[in-house]
Design a protein around this ligand. Structure first.
Ligand SMILES: *[C@@H]1O[C@H](CO)[C@@H](O)[C@H](O)[C@H]1NC(C)=O
Ligand SMILES: *[C@@H]1O[C@H](CO)[C@@H](O)[C@H](O)[C@H]1NC(C)=O
Length: 209
């Protein structure tokens, strides 16, 4: 019990020093990382995050904006959360979408995840509220499989405030057996009333050598 409390305190008072044990801890750092990576232009999005989205792979392996991870680390489906600091001002439920803009023209964007009805639970020791949903994902996790020789792809996770009729959307056929390619997150978000993303993070993954 004492060590859990200590971890919580350390992550509260020294987020930078313990960054490797959590995801992103600063909205301005996340925004700068997106801008430096050219992601708003690549994805045709306005990215001014107000919520810190936490993406964690089993291990745990924490994603923070621009982290380099391996195909092995990112093979299993990630879990999601939101940090309680700064307080998320935009009410749930939320939609999470993951895309890869770096596949070849005609294939990009590759859709890696679309899930809805996420609501936050009780904060953990890292001051992150786990995001849970009880409805199946519309588009299940597709693990990164960048081709050998490609520079690392920018696998990008975006958090949206869910639009009232999102679960009735017909723009994307849920559970489709079609390949998850030729997706366009900005036009999908516009067509389904999601608006601009309210949070996000990304990871760089290259083929394992
Ligand atoms: C996807 O298919 C699974 C298995 O058939 C089903 O349980 C789930 O409800 C489906 N999800 C959606 C969003 O239709
Ligand atoms: C996605 O759609 C937007 C607007 O409809 C367009 O400007 C952009 O080029 C599209 N992106 C891709 C990768 O096709």
């Amino acid at each position: 019990m004492r060590s859990l409390t200590l971890t919580a305190l350390l992550s509260l008072f020294a987020p930078a020093a313990f960054a490797s044990f959590t995801g992103d801890t600063s909205l301005s750092t996340v925004k700068a990382a997106f801008d430096n990576a050219g992601l708003p232009a690549a994805l045709d999005i306005n990215f001014n995050p107000t919520v810190l989205l936490e993406v964690t792979f089993p291990g745990p392996v924490y994603v923070h904006a621009g982290v380099q991870l391996t195909t092995t680390q990112t093979f299993p489906p990630p879990s999601f959360g939101i940090r309680i600091l700064p307080p998320p001002l935009i009410a749930p439920p939320y939609v999470v979408i993951a895309v890869d803009p770096d596949a070849p023209v005609g294939v990009a964007e590759v859709r890696h995840f679309v899930g809805s009805d996420f609501t936050p639970g009780v904060p953990d020791v890292n001051l992150v509220e786990p995001l849970r949903n009880s409805t199946p994902a519309c588009s299940n996790w597709v693990n990164p499989q960048p081709p050998a020789g490609d520079p690392a792809h920018r696998y990008t996770f975006l958090l949206y405030k869910q639009s009232p009729d999102f679960d009735k959307q017909t723009v994307l056929q849920c559970n489709s057996t079609a390949l998850p390619i030729g997706f366009n997150v900005s036009s999908f978000a516009a067509a389904t009333g999601l608006g601009d993303p309210i949070g996000g993070t990304f990871m760089l993954v290259a083929a394992s050598s």
